[in-house]
Design a protein around this ligand. Structure first.
Ligand code: TRP
Length: 330
């Protein structure tokens, strides 16, 4: 059996350093160990939480650019946009019909949304949000991905995918591989400007695709304590230091730790952090600037990508249709 990894990014907001370190970079690195890799833009997931059309369409471009600028090679991987593969939605419906409502009731994302409600627990909750995990299962099962790199917050969705796949295999015929989650470890969580997990919903991000000047500004905004230059500083529990660890070599980290003990000023510490992030961003920024104004190139690339994956998707859907009795009258 072919080893296939597959992962998607929901196209809301601007991709940030946390997406890059936590999702994009490790997923691209993993491609080396797998026979095939699938990376996609989850734009039908985006409309679940965002009904602002320009935000959704802008984000598709930015997330595509984030993948490509970070080194995704479309000749070696499948790279596509979810909405260009309508078979995924068809599969999503079919899977809806084998998915227990009770399973969806237990979804963390759905439960989190209901607990903030008082009288009507389903206030503001759409069927899109409720069945979000089914669409995600369709993304994965369509291509029989064997491994799915995701953040820890997505573990439950992969378990649900396995459940749904097992249910379909049992009811009809063995069609789906049960995928395994590849989880990024907890202590690799990337902190944002305020020290909490970097996340668009906390408004504490460092954008991935920014100019040198913007990056410098973001780094300057990182919250520190008010220790003066010359006073020894604690590197554990320090946002500047933990971001540095994500970009620096082991030796650089050890030296930085010494600087802390010797009382490096926050200004100097931030300059070191900036230099270190910036070094990694230079080729990414270059590629981004090169592609940014070439919408035709990006559109063509995505269109080619969807053509390639649709061959696989159509074959899969046609076999599933016949398994479930949606076929020619005979
Ligand atoms: N739900 C994922 C997230 O928000 C994005 C996603 C959609 C995904 N479909 C997927 C991830 C399929 C992996 C596989 O992070």
């Amino acid at each position: 059996m072919k080893k296939r990894i597959l992962t998607g990014i929901t196209t809301t907001g601007t991709p940030h350093i946390g997406n890059y370190l936590g999702a994009i970079k490790p997923a691209l690195k993993l491609a080396e160990d797998f026979d095939e890799s699938f990376y996609f833009l989850a734009d039908y997931h985006a409309i679940i939480k965002n009904s602002n059309k320009s935000e959704v369409s802008e984000s598709v471009k930015n997330v595509a650019l984030a993948w490509l600028s970070s080194g995704l090679d479309p000749n070696k991987s499948f790279f596509y946009r979810q909405s260009d593969v309508p078979e995924i939605l068809e599969l999503s419906w079919i899977l809806n019909c084998v998915t227990a409502k009770g399973l969806m009731n237990r979804s963390h994302a759905y439960k989190a949304a209901t607990t903030v409600n008082k009288e009507d627990e389903d206030k503001g909750i759409t069927m899109g949000l409720f069945s979000y995990p089914v669409l995600m299962a369709a993304d994965i099962l369509m291509f029989n991905a064997t491994h799915v790199p995701v953040g820890a917050d997505q573990i439950q969705h992969i378990e649900m995918t396995r459940d749904i796949a097992g249910r379909f295999n049992h009811l009809y015929k063995k069609t789906f591989v049960l995928p395994e989650a590849l989880i990024q470890s907890k202590d690799e969580t990337v902190p944002g400007l305020d020290g909490q997990k970097m996340s668009k919903s906390y408004g504490n991000i460092i954008p991935l695709l920014s100019s040198e000047k913007q990056l410098k500004k973001s780094v300057a905004k990182i919250v520190t304590n008010s220790l003066e230059p010359g006073e020894p500083k604690d590197s554990s529990n320090c946002t500047v230091f933990s971001l540095y660890k994500h970009f620096a070599t082991q030796q650089m980290v050890e030296e930085f730790q010494e600087d802390y003990k010797k009382g490096i000023s926050w200004g100097d510490a931030k300059n070191k952090l900036f230099d270190c992030i910036n070094l990694e961003m230079i080729p990414i920024r270059e590629k981004y600037n090169e592609l940014y104004s070439d919408n035709d190139f990006i559109n063509d690339l995505l269109s080619d990508g969807s053509k390639k994956v649709r061959v696989i998707a159509q074959e899969m859907i046609s076999s599933i249709r016949s398994s479930i009795g949606i076929n020619k009258i005979s």
